[in-house]
Design a protein around this ligand. Structure first.
Ligand code: THU
Length: 260
């Protein structure tokens, strides 16, 4: 696989950074308390604040926001996760959620699912007497892998790694068949180059795709990254699976109906 070593090294570097990250629980709790005071709670009079440490060292916060229709309450964690994405994405490493007394508050069931998706099983949640891992708060949690196991991996649409978020919409994805364990699978890679004149210097692979059982699943992976997706078949033939008109030099359009 192209650039596979580079990709593995990047994963290790990122993991090392996260492991070395100091969690300042006092600062997290202080930010959660400050944000709790900004909550809008005309229905319950139960303000909640939450602060999360992101894997790049950022801190994101949220407070609960209620509504006259009552069932429409936004938990503090929802606001925090929205802020996580609105300020550049990333993964939550640790969170502190507090009630009006400033004491740690356990996230509700729905928010555990939300935190699971944006922090994963290792994300720590402040609790007494010790922080708890998300895997303790949501054992046997449901996630994308449960969907992927059935659908073959095409269901997840938001999986651009946070460090590549700024490349979304740029570059080109090439989807191609490969052999894995004696079976033909589909995979792809995301390249910086748009193939347009004058963009030669921006060549290089951004990300290698996982294995997919179908072309359609690999194309879906590509379209999440870039509107420019090219399918390269086993004979080296090119077809355009991207948005808009096929660029010059790509003779045909790939359609889901044509191929599995
Ligand atoms: N609340 C949160 O903001 N987060 C939680 O995890 C628990 C509950 C809010 C929702 C509602 O505005 C109030 O607390 C009472 O349930």
């Amino acid at each position: 696989m192209r650039n596979a070593l580079g990709l593995v090294m990047a994963v290790f570097r990122r993991w090392g950074r996260i492991c070395r990250m100091e969690i300042d629980w006092v600062a997290l709790r202080a930010a959660a308390i400050e944000t709790m005071r900004l909550a809008y709670t005309p229905v319950s009079d139960f303000p909640v604040g939450v602060a999360g440490l992101v894997d790049d060292g950022r801190m994101v916060v949220g407070c609960n926001v209620e509504n006259a229709s009552m069932g429409m309450t936004l938990c503090a964690e929802c606001g925090m996760v929205s802020s996580l994405h609105a300020t550049g994405g990333g993964r939550l490493v640790a969170i502190s959620c507090v009630d009006a007394t400033g004491a740690p508050l356990m996230p509700c069931g729905r928010c555990r699912q939300l935190l699971w998706e944006h922090g994963g099983p290792e994300c720590l949640v402040e609790a007494l007497p010790r922080p708890l891992k998300m895997s303790e708060l949501l054992p046997h949690g449901f996630g994308w892998e449960d969907i992927d196991r059935v659908t073959g991996g095409g269901a997840k649409t938001a999986d651009v790694p946070p460090e590549l978020a700024r490349w979304r919409g740029r570059g080109t994805v090439f989807v191609h068949p490969d052999i894995s364990g004696g079976e033909t699978i589909w995979t792809g890679y995301w390249e910086r180059s748009s193939g347009e004149p004058g963009t030669e210097e921006t060549k290089g692979v951004l990300e290698e795709g996982p294995n997919f059982p179908t072309t359609a699943a690999a194309v879906a992976w590509g379209l999440v990254r870039s509107p420019r997706v090219v399918v390269v078949d086993a004979e080296g033939g090119l077809s355009w699976a991207g948005e808009g008109e096929a660029p010059e030099g790509i003779p045909q359009r790939w359609t889901k109906e044509d191929r599995a």
